[in-house]
Write a protein that binds this ligand. Structure first.
Ligand code: HEM
Length: 249
């Protein structure tokens, strides 16, 4: 009834020419249809969120519950890393570090290389008790990372490790002055130190960039003193021989 009352009459518009029906019943029903079929921002958000959830769920299923982002695991999506970031780096002496060797399952599992502590808790199979590399847990055994002597070299004492890359002098009648030999020795020593540094860097990089591990802190008071650590037997055996080098050149 109210619509009827509001409809303009023919007489009221007769003086202004032909009758127009701008807001006719036809127009308002078109508006309703538009409103029904229009896509609002909320609809778009709903669709995007649904797609993201579905995609994440599929990834979770396909990656055997490993990741909701198809293997991409930025640090802020890993709870232990976020927790560590909030708490700040751990600072441990070698004896404090030894507790984190996997024996106490309530504590994280730590490995240290060149004074940097890495959390390897996600790989208890390897570093935990009974694991193939458990001897690296709860200590800084940088020397063993370079020499491969897993029994003798579980220490951070790197003094003299470079010897493993220096040739064994097994040629007696070399035609060289002692000055020439000294220069060569110095060059070889520099190269050997660079190789040790390279090996240490590779291992720190391995743990720092590993998708399951992360940096947890630093070892302090791990200074070395006393007699230099002797080169382990297997590293000694792997040293190059001067005679072989002379033959090659
Ligand atoms: C300088 C010598 C070596 C060092 C420092 C070293 C160190 C390591 C480390 C730290 C891991 C654990 C990697 C991870 O966290 O995923 C590992 C794994 C492994 N390494 Fe070595 N490694 C050495 C030599 C060797 C050699 C010579 C072999 C073979 C005979 C070997 C066989 C393996 C195997 C099979 C794994 C996998 C372990 C597992 O799944 O239980 N490694 N190595």
């Amino acid at each position: 009834m109210s619509e009827l009352r509001q409809r303009p009459t023919a007489t009221s518009n007769s003086s202004n020419g032909p009758v127009k029906e701008p807001h006719s019943r036809q127009q308002s029903s078109n508006d309703e249809i538009d409103r029904d079929h229009g896509i609002s921002l909320l609809d778009i958000i709903r669709v995007i969120v649904t797609l993201l959830i579905a995609c994440g769920g599929l990834s979770y299923y396909m990656t055997s519950s490993e990741s909701v982002m198809w293997g991409y695991r930025p640090w802020y999506t890993r709870w232990p890393v976020v927790k560590q970031w909030v708490q700040g780096p751990v600072i441990l002496t070698p004896s404090q570090l030894s507790v984190y060797n996997g024996t106490d399952t309530n504590l994280p599992l730590y490995v240290a290389v060149n004074g940097t502590i890495f959390d390897v808790s996600e790989n208890r199979m390897i570093y935990g008790p009974g694991g193939s590399y458990n001897f690296f847990a709860g200590r800084d055994a940088t020397r063993a990372f370079v020499t491969g002597c897993f029994k003798e070299d579980l220490t951070a004492d790197m003094r003299g490790v470079e010897i493993m890359f220096l040739p064994v002098e097994d040629v007696e009648d070399e035609v060289m002055t002692s000055a020439q030999k000294k220069i060569r020795r110095e060059q070889e020593l520099r190269a050997a130190r660079a190789r040790v540094e390279g090996a240490v860097k590779r291992w720190t990089g391995f743990f720092a960039n590993h998708e399951k591990y992360f940096e947890a802190g630093r070892v302090v008071d791990g200074g070395v003193d006393g007699e230099p650590w002797p080169l382990c037997e297997s590293a000694q055996k792997q040293r190059p021989k001067r005679s072989a080098m002379v033959e090659q050149s």
